[in-house]
Ligand binder design. Structure first.
Ligand code: SF4
Length: 553
């Protein structure tokens, strides 16, 4: 089985020291990316750690394919204890960081401790430098990138950094790379902020190139020649379809379709796309550099999730407003899904849906924790009572789109996901929108046949995140090809995925998570029985915990 290569580098921000450790055992068992990050976190973060404490660790991990020339591999994984959910969480970002991390020669780089002043940590193939940067306090993501460009002859693709939101410990702050690409969900940016690390750079010349089978060439060719709508509209192309089937959260989840969809859908985004955008080595090129000629506003996206959170869910029907929200999130370093949902909750409490000016002002206040922004920065789970709105979260995380009330398998996926209400953990929506996976479609209503399918999907996704292979490869990289690329039997690989999900769950169980946390803010007939069936397929106890003898933890 192919796996990432290289040692683990530990950088202690308190001690200003660094050392290497052999981690071959972990690599050969957990492949790379999320798998390796999860196992290292399980072994090295105390179960009772404070997410903002020095003992929390952030693991940036590469995978076996990140130095190859294959499409869909331009991604880097990050794992840590989330200040939003209180559980273990992995997030991966696209862009161009992946090749630069691989070129340092390390399979994984972990950050622990906390600096007494803002620093940039430079990780190179010949050592680590910790640079005090008091002048970067409060800097936007583009300003951090400019600093690194001007002072270190590096580029956006070498940098992972936070904006003011991370510094201010906004619980849904993101880590940004390549300026617009995001380690988005769960607040890992706030963890980096709590360590007083404004940015990390990765740079080196270590050659990790590997020989891949012919299928890698086929994947690359098909990525280049595919006529997928994703290449024109990214995921924003889903907006109109989700609206039609009544799965588009609207006005803070009070409705499931939006009369203003025409103003924010994929066509409106595509009209403003002005050049191709991609990630390292990826010929699929689904990213969306956009520009609005009238306002001169430039950003990347919005993708479908941002269209939901800052568009329909905020009652906003103008794509330019959503573009601006998107750009503010990228510059301040905020997860656009959580931030948009939080702002929508605030609009609901104020009775001001559709007020774009208030939306943009509120995003800025959240990033700086000013006025009401200081409370909103805590996330909906902690402040919904103060606002007088319903708690639309699962495990403390704000919901992604693809509403579970219309797509019941996705509802189950939101409930069981170890990282919270995120669509990419179990992604059952791909079966329940028949357009997306016509050969494997499921009736969106009810739970028949879904717990089994969800377990397999979660395991498969854990595997992709460890490979690390982009989720948008699904029309090109099927199970057979994935197994060939990773030089293993597919069933063996799925077992690795299952071990990763088990380990995440066991870590969270140790922190007190159980069945009560696998819940939704709405009732669905048959949900509890489906949850029990899911536990049974996983081999977990009825209370949602993993038996201690499982998972190689
Ligand atoms: S498919 Fe899109 S998001 Fe995925 S690696 Fe390629 S360009 Fe990046």
């Amino acid at each position: 089985m192919l796996h990432a290569e290289g040692p683990l580098l530990t950088v202690d921000a308190s001690e200003r020291s660094a050392h290497e450790t052999d981690c071959d055992d972990v690599l050969s068992t957990f492949i790379g990316g999320r798998g390796v990050g999860t196992k290292l976190a399980y072994d090295r973060i105390p179960f009772d750690a404070d997410p903002f404490g020095e003992e929390n660790r952030l693991f940036f991990v590469t995978g076996p394919l990140q130095a190859s020339r294959t499409s869909f591999t331009g991604r880097t994984s990050c794992t840590g204890l989330s200040p939003l959910t209180g559980g273990l969480l992995s997030s991966n970002a696209g862009g161009f960081l992946s090749r630069n991390l691989a070129a340092t020669g390390y399979a994984a780089v972990e950050f622990v401790g906390s600096s007494d002043e803002p620093v940039v940590i430079h990780v190179r193939d010949d050592g680590v430098e910790i640079e005090p940067v008091p002048e970067l306090e409060g800097a936007l993501v583009s300003e951090v990138t400019d600093y690194v460009r001007e002072n270190h002859d590096l580029d956006a693709e070498n940098v992972a950094c936070i904006g003011p939101a991370g510094e201010n410990r906004v619980r849904f702050a993101s880590i940004m790379t390549s300026e617009h690409r995001t380690f988005g969900r769960g607040g890992l940016g706030a963890v980096l902020g709590s360590k007083n690390v404004k940015a990390i750079t990765f740079d080196g010349d270590v050659d990790r190139t590997i020989e891949l089978p012919d299928v890698a060439r086929d994947v690359h060719r098909e990525a280049a020649t595919s006529d997928s709508v994703m290449k024109r509209q990214g995921t924003a192309g889903l907006t109109a379809f989700a609206n039609e089937v009544g799965a588009l959260p609207t006005r803070y989840f009070s409705e499931l379709s939006f009369e203003g969809t025409d103003g924010i859908d994929g066509d409106r985004v595509e009209e403003r796309k002005f050049k191709k955008g991609t990630c390292s080595q990826c010929a699929f090129a689904c990213k969306l550099p956009t520009r609005d000629e009238e306002t001169d506003l430039e950003t990347e996206g919005p993708e479908y999730e941002t269209v939901m959170a800052f568009g329909s869910n905020a009652g906003v029907d103008d794509v330019r407003s959503v573009m601006k929200s998107n750009e503010l999130c990228d510059e301040f370093g905020l997860d656009a899904i959580s931030c948009g949902d939080v702002v929508s909750a605030y609009l609901a409490s104020e009775g001001r849906f559709g007020d774009s000016e208030l939306v943009h002002e509120t995003v800025e206040r959240i990033a700086h924790r000013e006025g009401i922004g200081d409370r909103l920065a805590e996330g909906i789970d902690r402040i919904h009572e103060e606002l007088g709105v319903r708690n639309w979260t699962a495990k403390g995380m704000e919901f992604a789109a693809h509403d579970g009330r219309a797509l019941n398998g996705q509802a189950l996926a939101f409930a069981t996901a170890n990282r919270g209400a995120d669509h990419l953990y179990g992604s059952m929506y791909v079966y329940e929108y028949p357009l997306v996976a016509p050969d494997a479609a499921l009736d969106p209503e009810g739970f028949e046949g879904k717990p089994d399918r969800l377990v397999e999907k979660e395991n498969h996704n854990a595997l992709l995140d460890s490979g690390i292979v982009c989720r948008f490869s699904r029309d090109v990289v099927d199970e057979r090809r994935l197994a060939t690329l990773l030089d293993a039997d597919y069933e063996q690989l799925l077992a690795v995925g299952a071990r990763i999900v088990d380990l995440e769950r066991r870590f969270n169980n140790e922190r007190g998570f159980d069945r009560a946390d696998d819940s939704l803010p709405y009732d669905l007939p048959g949900f509890e029985a489906a949850l029990e069936e899911y536990y049974s397929v996983r081999g977990w106890a009825d209370d949602g915990t993993v038996p201690p003898d499982r998972a190689g933890g």
